[in-house]
Design a protein around this ligand. Structure first.
Ligand code: NA7
Length: 546
């Protein structure tokens, strides 16, 4: 069925949805390759994650020299990072610099949300519609809508009744917020809650941290550069990028931890006597209480429990009050959720103005005009900060009406068995639509910028291939998609990531009713990229081209 008439622009090769790192990398590469394009972005400016998540303490967990674009030499050579892991403000400045330096802003329609994308069989084009009445006809669509961009409203009774200020970390006020003299609650202890806690505690009269699941977090090891340190790194960018792109994580380091140091297999915790485990804790601190430090922790639940014991011991060493220390110990496997890096999280619980509210001892009943009512008492408050996460990986796609062949909605195609893609790049039944860092690709298990660069390059090369051969469409075959979904599931099987006690957003377990499927590809970005390249050079095996 023909979906409608074209107004503006009359004809564009590609619509790119989203203007975070993914959207900007796409637009830049498409323009270099000579395609016409239209970008669209819900926010008033570029930045994506770093535009919306401007809560105090927001910071990247990958070192900035790696969490940055390598696609433009000018950008790489001209930007100076001020510290190891940039805070949100600096990342936002950087991504604005990228947009200006590469002159990308003029391609993007800001403050505009895509509401529907409909495949029109007869013309082999997508009709893209927005909340501002745009109707763009495009040959191709690239979604770069973010893996953690669809905010999750917590299902708590009385949410809207609170008379004080309600703030959300994932759309924090641009002008900031002064917590001075306020009684504040933070609900949620994922990365956002953990990063915000020390900052808010420094300002607030009293901070209550409402914890449903305790966090695995460790000190970021962040610091400003020493004299000449960044300049030396910048001169060495080629070598940095080579190591980065050869690694499974798309980065040589997670926080301050050099992953490469563990290439020679670390010891197994279950084969290490308890005194030696503790001696390692004395020597290496938090690092010894992570899955990086032991060969068996990610695969074996008993080994995982032994590592959890070390983690609990580290918390006891940091947190003075024994009850609070005990309550801060997670009850789910280490490595099942994305590890968090923090600046002074556990020390914050030694402050007199901070109270941990362990919801495992009594859940939230409701929010009232004056505060939060729980099974363990009432908390009178001036401000509630929700750090309650996202409908991850599929949320942004599923909240948009994406209709492929035969009018099929993508969210309905994914309803019964979770997201189904080929390579996390395309979906059978949805021709000419590419999903940057889609489910089924390494994405959130990696340095996102590395994954974005790999996908944007692969997609543009694919479009160039179609152009060279005069082809109009590309689509994942159902068979290739079936095999890929099975491969992704088989890779994750058996490990702690899919253990029954794991309730991560990787599994969709944080969203009521979402199908429990491990969404990202766990085989490593390096292995994945080789597979994508092999498929492309083999004539796009698993895709139907016409
Ligand atoms: P996360 O990691 O999904 O964390 C959300 C937190 O909010 C988590 O602790 C949740 O507990 C908690 N939560 C959610 N709903 C509720 C309700 N109703 N009551 C109490 N607590 C609740 O999101 P973040 O924004 O922190 O981080 C997302 C990613 O960004 C992170 O992984 C990094 O990659 C960067 P739960 O664990 O579900 O029990």
């Amino acid at each position: 069925m023909e979906a409608g008439a074209v107004t503006f622009p009359p004809d564009v090769d590609v619509v790119v949805v989203g203007a975070g790192f993914g959207g900007l990398a796409m637009l830049y590469r498409l323009r270099q390759a000579g395609f016409s394009m239209q970008g669209v972005e819900a926010g008033e400016s570029v930045g994506g994650t770093w535009f919306w998540n401007r809560y105090p303490g927001a910071r990247v967990d990958i070192q900035s020299v790696e969490y940055s674009l390598s696609i433009s030499k000018e950008v790489q050579d001209e930007w100076t990072w001020s510290e190891l892991m940039a805070p949100q403000e600096e990342l936002e400045r950087y991504i604005n610099f990228v947009a200006d330096r590469l002159d990308l802003r003029r391609h993007i329609r800001f403050d505009t949300k895509v509401t529907a994308m409909t495949w029109a069989e007869a013309s082999a084009t997508w009709l893209v519609e927005t909340d501002r009445g745009d109707r763009w006809r495009a040959r191709f669509v690239v979604t770069a809508m973010g893996c953690l961009s669809a905010p999750l409203e917590p299902a708590i009774d009385g949410l809207g009744s609170f008379a004080g200020a309600s703030l959300y970390t994932n759309r924090f006020p641009k002008e900031g917020y002064d917590f001075t003299g306020k009684r504040v609650a933070i609900i949620g202890t994922g990365s956002s809650g953990v990063q915000a806690t020390p900052e808010v505690a420094r300002q607030a009269e009293h901070l209550y941290v409402f914890q449903r699941s305790a966090a695995y977090t460790m000190p970021a090891g962040n610091r400003p550069w020493g004299p000449g340190e960044f300049e030396a790194l910048r001169r060495d960018y080629d070598a940095i990028r080579a190591v980065q792109f050869a690694s499974p994580l798309g980065a040589a380091r997670f926080g301050a931890v050099a992953i490469g140091d563990f290439r020679t297999p670390p010891p197994k915790i279950l084969e290490t006597p308890v005194e030696e485990r503790l001696a390692r804790l004395d020597r290496e601190g938090w690092l010894a209480a992570t899955p990086f430090a032991w060969a068996d922790v990610a695969a074996d639940i008993e080994a995982n429990r032994a590592a959890q014991e070390l983690y609990a011991e580290m918390i006891r060493r940091e947190v003075k009050d024994p009850q609070t220390a005990a309550a801060l110990v997670p009850h789910y496997p280490m490595g099942c959720k994305r590890p968090i890096i923090d600046i002074g999280y556990f020390e914050t619980f030694n402050r007199d103005n901070v109270t941990l509210v362990d919801l495992r001892k009594g859940a939230i009943r409701r929010i009232t005009p004056k505060g939060i009512d729980t099974e363990q008492g009432f908390f009178a408050l001036d401000v509630i900060v929700y750090a309650t996460g996202f409908d991850a990986m599929t949320g942004a796609l599923n909240r948009t009406d994406i209709r492929g062949r035969g009018g099929q909605l993508m969210r309905e195609a994914w309803l019964a068995e979770g997201p189904r893609t080929y390579l996390g790049l395309m979906v059978a039944g949805f021709p000419n639509l590419f999903t940057v860092t889609g489910p089924g690709s390494p994405s959130v298990l990696t340095n996102m910028v590395s994954s974005i660069e790999q996908h944007s390059q692969w997609i543009v090369e694919c479009l160039e291939h179609l152009r060279r051969r005069g082809l109009a469409t590309i689509e994942a075959t159902p068979e290739a998609q079936h095999d890929w979904v099975a491969h992704v599931a088989a890779l994750a099987e058996g490990g702690v990531r899919v253990h029954e006690s794991c309730t991560s957003w990787y599994l969709g377990a944080n969203v009521p009713g979402k199908v429990r499927v491990y969404m990202p590809y766990t085989g490593g970005l390096n292995v994945y990229r080789d597979r994508c390249d092999e498929i492309a050079s083999g004539g796009y095996a698993g895709f139907a081209l016409a």
